[in-house]
Design a protein around this ligand. Structure first.
Ligand code: SF4
Length: 423
C-alpha cells in the first residue's frame, strides 16, 4: 500500500470534489487513486509466445498510441485529483521495444511536464518497461541508463533454453532464448539492473533445480524475480490441471524452490517475490486489522489501462476489452469506454462501472464466506471465476488452487519444518 493514499482521497470524497455528478455512494467508496497506469504504446509484438493473453490479430497491429491520448488521460486524472502520490507508469501489453527509444523520451518528457504543472500536489512518477528482451541493443541500454533514477526494467524469460524455447517463440515458430539471453547480457555489460518474470509450465514443474540455478547465476544483476504458474492446460496446450497428482507436483515444485532459495543468504540470495509476498500475507493474517487483499487488489481505478486505440479498463493491470466481450451487452468486455469518445468522468459515473463493481463485490463476498484462504489470498481471480464457472458467486478455480492454496500450503510446510530444525 502506498503511504498517504487514503488520507487525501477520503477528504476529497467527503468534500464531493471528485466528479460531482457521481451520486452512487458504493461506487465512490470503491474507487481508489491510480497507483499503476499501464500504457499500451503499441499492441505489436515481435514474438508469438504460445500462452500470450493478447490475440494474434492484436499483436500484429502496428497501431501506436498518440502522445495526445496519453496527455488527455493524464490531465483528466490529474485535474480530477485521481492520481496517487506515487504513480508507476508501465509500458506493456505488446512489446514496448518495437517502438524506438525516442518515442519514450518524448512520452516521459511530456508526462513529467504535465505532472509538474499540477503544482505542489504533483505525483512522483516512476516508469517501468516489461520486455521480452530480444530487441535490447546499445541504444536501449543508453536509454535505460539515462533514466535509471526513475525507471525499472523487467525481462520475460522462462529459464534454461529447453524450457524457454518451448513456448517463447517468434512468428516463424523458432525459440528466442539466445536472443533474450543476449539482451540480458547487454544489460549486465552496461550495469543496468532488471527484474525477471518467468512463466512456469508443466515442463518446469519437473526441473526446479535447473530453473532456479539459471536465474540464481544472474542474481547480482536482478532487482527481483517473480514466477507465474501456467496452471491452465488450455492456455499453453499442456496437460496441467489440478487433480491429486497435479497438486502434488505443484506442491513439490514450490517446496524445492523454497529449499533452494533458503540455501543462500544476503547478497547471494535470489529474492523470489512470490515467496516474500506470500510470507507477508501469512504474517499479516494474524493481525487484528489485517488487510483485505482480495477486495483491495482489484479496487477500481487503482490499476488503470489505456490501450493504443483509446480503450480504458481497470481492475487488473493489462486487462483487455476482448475478455468476456459480450458480458455487459456492449461488446466491449470490462472496458469503461474509449477516451476518444468519452471523458474519464463520464466513464466513472456510468451504470456499467457500477454493475462491474457490484459483480466484483459479489465475487469477494462469496470468497470471504466460503474460502479458508481468504485472508491470505492475493485476489485477482474474479474474471477467471466468471470464465470457468459462468458466475461471479463461485469458488475455487485451478488458479486459486495453484497460485494461492498450494503455494500457501507449501510455505507453511516449509516454515514448520524449518522451525522444527531450529528447535
Ligand atoms: S483462493 Fe480463490 S476462492 Fe479462495 S479467496 Fe482466493 S480467489 Fe477466492
Amino acid at each position: 500500500m502506498i503511504q498517504g493514499v487514503f488520507g487525501p482521497w477520503d477528504e476529497l470524497l467527503a468534500k464531493d470534489r471528485l466528479f460531482p455528478m457521481q451520486s452512487n455512494k458504493v461506487m465512490q467508496s470503491s474507487l481508489r487513486p491510480v497507483e499503476l497506469l499501464v500504457l499500451q504504446g503499441t499492441p505489436f509484438c515481435n514474438l508469438n509466445c504460445h500462452y500470450c493473453d493478447l490475440s494474434a490479430t492484436s499483436r500484429r497491429s502496428k497501431q501506436v498510441m498518440p502522445f495526445e491520448l496519453i496527455e488527455r488521460l493524464f490531465c483528466q486524472l490529474r485535474d480530477g485529483r485521481l492520481l496517487s502520490a506515487e504513480l508507476t507508469i508501465v509500458w506493456h501489453s505488446g512489446e514496448p521495444l518495437t517502438l524506438p527509444p525516442e518515442y519514450y523520451e518524448e512520452a516521459i518528457s511530456r508526462l513529467m511536464r504535465l505532472a509538474q504543472e499540477g503544482g505542489s500536489g504533483a505525483p512522483r512518477l516512476h516508469f517501468d518497461f516489461q520486455t521480452n528482451g530480444v530487441l535490447i541493443d546499445k541504444a536501449w541500454c543508453e536509454f535505460f541508463a539515462r533514466h535509471r533514477h526513475h525507471l525499472d526494467l523487467g525481462v520475460s524469460c522462462d529459464g534454461p533454453a529447453d524450457l524457454h524455447d518451448r513456448h517463447r517463440t517468434n512468428w516463424g515458430g523458432r525459440g528466442t532464448h539466445a536472443q533474450t539471453v543476449r539482451g540480458m547480457d547487454l544489460l549486465e555489460l552496461h550495469g543496468i539492473p532488471y527484474n525477471i518474470i518467468a512463466v512456469v509450465t508443466a515442463d518446469t514443474l519437473s526441473q526446479p533445480d535447473a530453473f532456479y540455478e539459471f536465474f540464481a547465476k544472474r542474481r547480482k544483476q536482478l532487482t527481483g524475480f517473480h514466477f507465474n504458474v501456467l496452471a491452465n492446460g488450455e492456455d499453453g496446450g499442456e496437460g496441467v490441471g489440478y487433480g491429486a497428482d497435479d497438486r502434488d507436483r505443484y506442491f513439490e515444485f514450490f517446496r524445492r524452490l523454497l529449499t533452494l532459495s533458503r540455501r543462500e543468504e544476503g547478497e547471494d540470495k535470489l529474492q523470489i517475490r512470490n515467496f516474500s509476498h506470500t510470507l507477508g500475507r501469512i504474517l499479516a493474517a494474524e493481525g487484528e486489522d489485517r488487510p483485505r487483499y482480495v477486495a483491495e487488489g482489484t479496487a477500481p481505478l487503482r490499476q488503470l489501462n489505456l490501450d493504443a486505440l483509446g480503450n480504458v479498463t481497470t481492475f487488473y493491470a493489462g486487462l483487455s476489452v476482448d475478455t468476456l466481450a459480450d458480458l455487459y451487452g456492449d461488446g466491449n468486455g470490462f472496458g469503461l469506454g474509449n477516451l476518444n469518445q468519452l471523458s474519464l468522468s463520464e466513464m466513472l459515473s456510468s451504470d456499467k462501472l457500477e454493475r462491474m463493481i457490484n459483480d466484483f463485490a459479489v465475487s469477494t463476498r462469496y470468497c470471504e464466506t466460503n474460502c479458508d484462504y481468504f485472508d491470505v489470498c492475493t485476489g485477482g481471480f474474479e474474471i477467471t471465476k466468471r470464465l470457468k464457472h459462468g458466475r461471479f458467486d463461485a469458488g475455487e478455480t485451478i488458479e486459486c488452487a495453484t497460485h494461492v492454496k498450494t503455494l500457501i500450503d507449501a510455505m507453511i510446510a516449509d516454515i514448520s519444518e524449518h522451525l522444527e530444525h531450529v528447535d
